[in-house]
Design a protein around this ligand. Structure first.
Ligand code: ZN
Length: 447
């Protein structure tokens, strides 16, 4: 096993242990072998100037939404009018364009300190709804993209069967999302296997798109494989109302009754919950993935993050539609949005928000990572202290300054599973990430 050593000026060792100085992280292969505080760098150790934290986990991504940035934020409307614009982009993707766009989007994430991405994937088939020769061709494009960008991928292969709770069939841009039946979804998704850098997970698009029997089938599939299971839940009040009308249950109650909730499950958004829903999610240990920059962009609302954490749900974070790709912004938004709603400050400790962005997100994605501790995957993200945003940082306040002031642009170095992917703010595998984004998005604009 190759050995490497990294010496951090400051390193965050988790909510319990806090910030340490002069920390040596020794790495064997892809895992951390030892973490030693307050030592001088030995010969040959790579120096990490600034604050080093575990890898950031992007718990919820739709890579192709990166092509919507700047094109869908203006004007009026709501989630549903935005969705029509999103479908137009979805309709223009083929495996090659998907690969190009996802590679660039994941490279942007790597530059932002993201070492693992949870890609909620439902663009399975061709635009007419016909399977490609390899029925997982689109998913494999995402796997290849993550490899090119140097990040680990949890491919959350999402079941998507119908247009809504009234049982209408998929139509228009949606037909490429569907496998027709949960058994067909399982047969296709079952051909995907975990491999280095890839974790296969199950997805239920939503209670709108998957009927209760199929929800139970997807949950059983995930349980068989001990795979993570993610679903969009109660992002919109209209979804709650339609679910209650059709089934007599809230989306969270329906998820519980179909065996979907549990400690390997992540509910994405969970914005509009009643008290019994909060208790259900918490009591089952279901993680909630908050995506505040998307939720505010789409006028979804502000989820009950404090109440969810109090009920027992771990919290993690995702950039979802990639209106911005910045996990520090997602983390502080959890606290700051709750301040606006309640008129009070101090709902979440900064260290807990950083844990949501790192360890809790890795747990939700099925990776043994997100903590600077022996045995964990060696993901090291370093935030420089030389920018105007981070200047003046004191070790005792470094977590607070990270959470409340750092941006993705302050990330200087990223190590993923022991391999350096970003150095001095430059991506080592994708030479020019902005140009790659330009090309991939222009290809969609011009079709
Ligand atoms: Zn989503």
């Amino acid at each position: 096993m190759p050995l490497s050593a990294w010496h951090a000026q400051l390193a965050w060792l988790g909510p319990g242990r806090g910030m340490a100085e002069r920390v040596l992280v020794e790495v064997e292969g892809e895992r951390i072998a030892a973490v030693t505080e307050e030592v001088d760098p030995p010969a040959g150790a790579a120096r990490l100037a600034g604050v080093t934290i575990p890898g950031l986990a992007n718990g919820h991504s739709h890579a192709f939404h990166r092509a919507l940035r700047g094109r869908t934020q203006r004007g009026r409307g709501d989630f549903w009018t935005w969705r029509e614009l999103m479908y137009q982009v979805a309709a223009g993707l083929d495996p090659d364009r998907y690969l190009e766009l996802a590679t660039a989007a994941y490279a942007e994430m790597a530059l932002a300190g993201v070492t693992a991405v949870g890609e909620f994937h439902y663009l399975h088939h061709d635009p007419a709804g016909r399977p490609y020769a390899d029925p997982n061709r689109m998913g494999e494009a995402l796997v290849e993209a993550a490899g090119r960008a140097g990040v680990r991928l949890t491919l959350i292969d999402a079941c998507y069967l119908r247009a809504g709770l009234d049982g209408q069939p998929l139509a228009g841009a949606q037909v490429r999302f569907g496998d027709g039946h949960a058994d067909a979804w399982a047969a296709r998704a079952g051909r995907l296997r975990d491999r280095p850098g890839l974790r296969v997970a199950a997805g239920i698009h939503s209670v709108r798109a998957v009927d209760p029997a199929a929800m139970a089938a997807v949950a059983a599939w995930a349980a068989d494989r001990q795979a993570p299971l993610h679903l969009h839940l109660s992002e919109q009040l209209a979804e709650n109302e339609a679910c209650l009308a059709a089934t007599g249950r809230t989306p969270a109650a329906l998820a519980e009754s179909t065996g979907v909730l549990g400690p390997r499950t992540t509910a994405v958004h969970a914005t509009h919950l009643d008290d019994p829903d909060l208790a259900r999610l918490g009591a089952t240990g279901t993680t909630v993935c908050l995506c505040p920059t998307t939720e505010r962009d789409l006028a979804d609302g502000v989820g009950p993050a404090r109440a969810l954490a109090d009920a027992g749900s771990p919290l993690c974070l995702g950039s979802d539609s990639h209106a911005v790709v910045d996990l520090f912004e997602e983390a502080r938004a959890v606290e700051l949005d709750e301040r606006l709603v309640t008129g009070r400050r101090g709902h979440h400790r900064p260290a807990d928000l950083l844990a949501a962005a790192t360890g809790a997100g890795m747990d939700a994605l099925g990776w043994d990572a997100g903590r600077l501790a022996p045995g964990r995957l060696a993901d090291l993200v370093t935030v420089g202290l030389g920018s105007v945003r981070m200047a003046g940082t004191r070790p005792a306040d470094a977590v607070d300054q990270l959470v409340f002031a750092a941006t993705a642009a302050d990330v200087t170095s990223v190590v993923v599973s022991g391999r350096q992917v970003v150095e001095d703010g430059r991506h080592l595998l994708v030479a020019d990430v902005p140009a790659a984004l330009d090309r991939a998005i222009a290809a969609l604009d011009q079709r």
